[in-house]
Write a protein that binds this ligand. Structure first.
Ligand code: ITT
Length: 204
């Protein structure tokens, strides 16, 4: 049997933490890319989250025996016409860090009033197996970009993403709160029920 293991095809520590939490309890052995340096690295060249997510899951599913879960995610800011989008990880250049990306985002949004600071996080999760897509799942969450960072939890742009329903930035949410409402949490909820319903049921 090879279906009883699932590879998380990401190197982002923040994502791995959240993905593992969301998939907890499923009868699958969850592995991450650290264990398989020989697989190499997928280059994201797509112009949409879906293209990158599918491409990444297919790439690793040709190397791994089992299910592969990849995701592409990012931030779309209204005042920037939806940017940085698929370029969110590299907003501040090739040596980007979360801190540098946040600084760059705040700089380009300096003086932009609140209504135009509307933004959303988007996440597309793909499941693939043996070079074929099994299914894609999407999740989104809307909020505003703050004028300065607030909070220390989470990763990426969380300190500057304000979520009105909870009146907090994402970096002030607990891991459980974030998973309940985030783009990734919403997509993963669908993944979980799909896996539980269809994939893990014995045939017939
Ligand atoms: P992998 O390709 O290995 O998965 P990555 O960090 O390169 O890791 P992406 O290309 O999907 O991932 O970039 C997503 C970026 O969008 C990420 O680096 C964050 O800056 C941002 N982002 C995505 N989800 C986020 C979240 O939940 N909170 C804060 N920022 C997030």
């Amino acid at each position: 049997m090879t279906e009883d293991r699932l590879l998380l095809a990401t190197t982002n520590r923040g994502k791995i933490r959240e993905l593992k939490k969301s998939l907890r309890g499923l009868p699958l052995k969850i592995e991450s890319l650290d264990k398989y340096p020989e697989f190499g690295r997928y280059r994201e060249t797509g112009r949409t989250f879906e293209a990158n997510s599918r491409g990444k899951s297919l790439f690793y599913s040709r190397r791994y025996r089992g299910l592969v879960l990849a995701e592409d995610s990012g931030l779309e800011v209204e005042a920037l016409g939806g940017q940085p989008g698929v370029y969110s990880a590299r907003l501040s250049g090739p040596r980007a860090t979360d801190e540098k990306n946040i600084r760059k985002l705040l700089r380009v949004l300096a003086g932009v009033p609140r209504p135009r600071r509307r933004a959303r996080f988007v996440c597309v999760v793909s499941l693939a197996r043996q070079g074929k897509i099994v299914k894609c799942f999407k999740g989104r969450v809307s909020g505003y970009i703050l004028t300065e960072p607030d909070g220390r939890n989470g990763f990426g742009y969380d300190p500057v993403f304000y979520y009105p329903p909870l009146r907090k930035s994402f970096a002030r949410l607990t891991a459980e709160e974030k998973n309940r409402v985030s783009h990734r949490g919403r997509a993963l909820k669908k993944v979980r029920s799909f896996l539980a319903r269809r994939w893990l049921q014995p045939p017939g």
